[in-house]
Design a protein around this ligand. Structure first.
Ligand code: SF4
Length: 821
């Protein structure tokens, strides 16, 4: 059967009950006029426009990508695809792809060849290394390259250049997930599995609009909700999201109060003694202190701070406190908000005090946003050491030096890795003079854009941008390197629940665009990086040999890939790490036996003070946790930095919509996705809209203490006193190119330069704001989609639909041969 995947993004229900296997439904979209019979070949891959890791095959005809089809045999999606999977591939074929390197001459970017472009990059690197040393160079990467590319980048930056200034845009996305896992379990690594959805009695989503960010995983929950013994959903979100609409309890706290909310929930759990004392005794440290500190909290106090009905908070506590099988997921509503890590850790605490971890249905998914964010973290391209080694543990540094055959002193570990906000600061001060940005667009995605533009466009900063399009950031670069993308290169990547997928090369990249791996290998060769015996530091030459090198780096570490090969990953389902001799089929859930990766000599991190971010020393950690149990930690609630005032009476939260990814560089080039959400909008509650005398479609100015933007109004189900702006809309598709000319529209013009003390994740959810009417609408509704959290609570705006161009074939089969787990 066929569906409009814009109007019905989650597709047809295939209900199933607790403990049953999620039925297969294979979704397919092919370019207009192409049928399955016309396709020359199908090339195995997985989705690249979110973190879910939906397995798919790329359809190729006459050397071009012509569509995609879900892989029914894969454990992640059982064949289903979301709107961005189904339509996003069209961006690859865009006529405005970068096809030749560009260099700045006379103030303008002009085409050149690879030799000249790389020569410039290498010469500037060498000059700065000679003049100022490694800390003059910084690298800012992404969550969208492949594992082999990050690993190579990590080796090049850490052991070749020797700089501590390495980070990824995963800092904006999943840094708090990693930090929260390290705090509680001593190590990154997702405890849970998507299959926990199949078993859970209660699913709690904290600041996680899964329906829009991981639409296929939400489909799995919708199918449980439509089947026998459905789970109860608890939703924490200030917006009336599709998740909230399905929830048994929806808590919409005041932005910035997540820690208070979690303290209230935990206080209730402990007050009712919904505690698994045996589990706590055997596997957890810190419980007595947590209990003591929580004595000052109650449901009433939390409800008051968060401004939510106390009976709803109590009911949420009862659900999470009494569930036999509890699955929790967390995303940006926590990660990008005040006290991010502290709040995310409290979710882990609930599972630990309740002993709800490591068995079917009992899982935690501290989510990622990007398709390969997990790999950025594992491979050390976010600044951490490769394979979850602890940069403050000398023996881990020595071990990595052994793997890389370099002197341990080559690997920067004398100072914490420099997160991107600090890199910006160093560039502002002039100590970072070279910044190499890959597949990310900080001129739209970082907070306080006016400042970001002024820092990155400084004359003294040499800016290299490696991308597939001339983004806002590429437009101000000194050198632009055209990259190949998904479908044009080979590699592997890992999703939220540790499933590793292989992605094949389906077509040639356009023009002279090259895979990111080739660019890094070329840089390493031209720079002449050597190991301590004079051999090449980077001794691999293609994706598969890079993967083999990575496997050796992971041997014996938590993210052990040694049981995987390219062959093994092709033909069937993706496989969850760790996969090694002990777990040759991969590992569905971590910590099944309550044994954590937190032993002092094995753990990735000794943790931090949740409120100040001060690191815990090795000695302190050994005293706290000598035997490697899980750690529960209390966090005092601290109100957000900016609070509403008479001048700025509202709070601003930014976020995403189902139909776009990041700064729309790909999704705006997919006609169906762009048509579904073509322009920025601002959301206000009906109460606030009435108070301000404004209505659907009116043009508003939204201002914060830093800047103002313009957007048309959507009256949505958002909580009172809060306005929402999607952050996808920058300037590359406006006449001004990379910055506003007149009315600004990028949400990050307004956000604040501030970050979480533990994860260093910038805060996008708690700026203050005010609005004023600029121009009455003419009756035309704003461009906000109606299928999502931006659905109008008033009558008028038409339903979002994609029409025939968005038609998708759904094939609901009983089982695929071999069966998906
Ligand atoms: S939009 Fe945010 S959460 Fe989503 S992938 Fe990007 S950085 Fe991550």
């Amino acid at each position: 059967m066929s569906r409009d995947a814009i109007a019905a993004p989650w597709g047809t229900r295939t209900p199933y009950g607790r403990g049953e296997v999620w039925p297969v439904r294979v979704d397919m979209h092919l370019a207009d006029g192409v049928t399955e019979a016309d396709v020359d070949r199908w090339v195995q891959s997985a989705s690249i426009l979110h973190s879910n890791g939906d397995a798919l095959d790329i359809a190729v005809k006459d050397g071009r990508v012509v569509g995609v089809r879900g892989r029914g045999e894969d454990r992640v999606n059982h064949g289903r695809l979301g709107p961005k999977d189904l339509f996003g591939w069209q961006a690859n074929r865009s006529p405005d792809r970068l096809t030749r390197p560009l260099v700045r001459r006379g103030g303008r970017l002009v085409e050149t060849d690879w030799d000249e472009a790389m020569d410039l990059v290498v010469r500037r690197s060498q000059d700065l290394l000679a003049e100022q040393g490694p800390s003059a160079l910084g690298f800012y990467t992404t969550g969208q390259l492949f594992l082999e590319e990050y690993y190579t980048l990590g080796v090049v930056a850490h052991a070749g250049v020797g700089t501590p200034h390495v980070d990824g845009n995963t800092r904006l996305c999943t840094a708090t997930a990693a930090a929260a896992l390290k705090q509680s379990f001593g190590c990154d690594g997702q405890p849970g599995s998507y299959t926990d959805v199949d078993h859970a009695d209660v699913i709690a989503l904290y600041g996680h609009n899964m329906a829009e960010t991981q639409s296929v995983l939400w489909t799995r929950i919708l199918d449980r909700l439509a089947g026998p013994n459905p789970p109860a959903v608890v939703c924490v979100d200030p917006r009336l999201t599709p998740v909230a609409r399905e929830a048994a309890v929806h808590l919409a706290p005041r932005p910035g109060t997540n820690v208070a909310l979690m303290n209230g929930l935990l206080a209730e759990v402990i007050a009712h003694d919904w505690v698994d004392h045996d589990y706590v005794e055997r596997h957890v440290v810190g419980f007595d202190e947590l209990k003591e500190q929580l004595a000052t909290w109650s449901a009433d106090r939390a409800a008051d701070v968060c401004d939510v009905p106390v009976e709803d908070l109590r009911e949420a506590a009862r659900l999470v406190g009494t569930a036999d099988r509890l699955l929790s997921t967390v995303l940006q509503g926590f990660y990008q908000s005040n006290q991010a890590t502290a709040a995310a850790v409290q979710v882990n605490n609930i599972h630990l005090v309740r002993g709800r971890l490591g068995t079917p249905g009992n899982g935690i998914l501290q989510m990622n946003g990007q398709p390969t964010a997990q790999n950025t973290r594992e491979a050390g391209a976010d600044g951490d050491l490769a394979a979850f080694r602890n940069w403050t543990n000398e023996s881990h540094v020595a071990d990595l030096a052994r793997v890389w055959n370099v002197d341990p002193m080559t690997i920067p570990h004398y100072t914490p890795p420099t997160h991107v906000m600090q890199q910006l600061r160093y560039a502002e001060e002039g100590s970072i003079r070279f910044l190499w940005v890959q597949a990310t667009n900080p001129l739209v995605s970082l907070p306080e854009l006016h400042r970001v533009r002024s820092v990155l466009s400084q004359e003294r900063l040499f800016l290299v941008v490696q991308d597939i399009f001339l983004t806002e950031t590429a437009q101000i670069a000194d050198v632009v390197l055209p990259a190949a993308t998904w479908g044009e290169k080979e590699g592997t990547f890992t999703n939220v629940d540790r499933t590793v997928h292989y992605s094949g090369k389906a077509v040639e990249p356009p023009g002279e665009a090259r895979p990111d791996l080739d660019i890094f290998l070329d840089y390493a060769r031209r720079m002449g990086f050597q190991d301590k015996d004079g051999g090449p530091l980077v001794h691999w030459h293609d994706p598969e040999s890079a993967f083999e090198a990575w496997k050796e780096c992971t041997r014996g570490r938590p993210c052990d890939y040694t049981g995987l090969t390219y062959d093994r990953l092709q033909g069937g389902s993706g496989v969850q790490w760790p996969c090694n001799d002990r777990s040759p089929d991969g590992t569905e859930r971590l910590y099944v036996d309550g044994a954590f990766w937190s032993a002092p000599d094995y753990c990735e991190s000794y943790g931090r003070d949740l409120v100040t971010g001060a690191p815990v020393s090795q000695t302190e950690y050994k005293a706290l946790n000598p035997h490697g149990k899980a750690v529960v930690k209390y966090a005092r609630y601290v109100p957000p930095h900016e609070l509403p005032s008479e001048e700025y009476p509202l709070q601003l939260t930014t976020g995403r919509t189902l139909y776009h990814f990041h700064t729309r560089t790909k999704t705006a080039r997919a006609p169906q996705l762009q048509a579904a959400a073509p322009e920025v909008w601002v959301e206000m509650s009906a109460h606030d809209a009435d108070a301000y005398g404004v209505a659907e479609g009116d043009l508003l100015e939204v201002a914060s203490p830093r800047a103002a933007v313009q957007a048309r109004l959507r009256v949505s189900g958002i909580r009172r006193g809060v306005v929402f702006l999607p952050f996808h809309y920058g300037y590359w598709d406006t006449p001004s190119g990379h910055e506003p000319d007149g009315g600004a529209r990028a949400a990050n013009e307004l956000t604040v330069t501030e970050w979480d003390p533990c994860s260093k994740q910038p805060i996008f959810k708690t700026a203050v704001a005010r609005v004023r009417l600029l121009e009455r609408g003419d009756g035309t509704p704003s461009a906000a989609p109606s299928t999502t959290a931006s659905r109008s609570v008033r009558t008028g705006p038409p339903a979002t639909a994609g029409g025939p161009a968005a038609a998708v074939e759904e094939d609901v089969r009983a089982r695929v041969a071999g069966g998906a787990r």
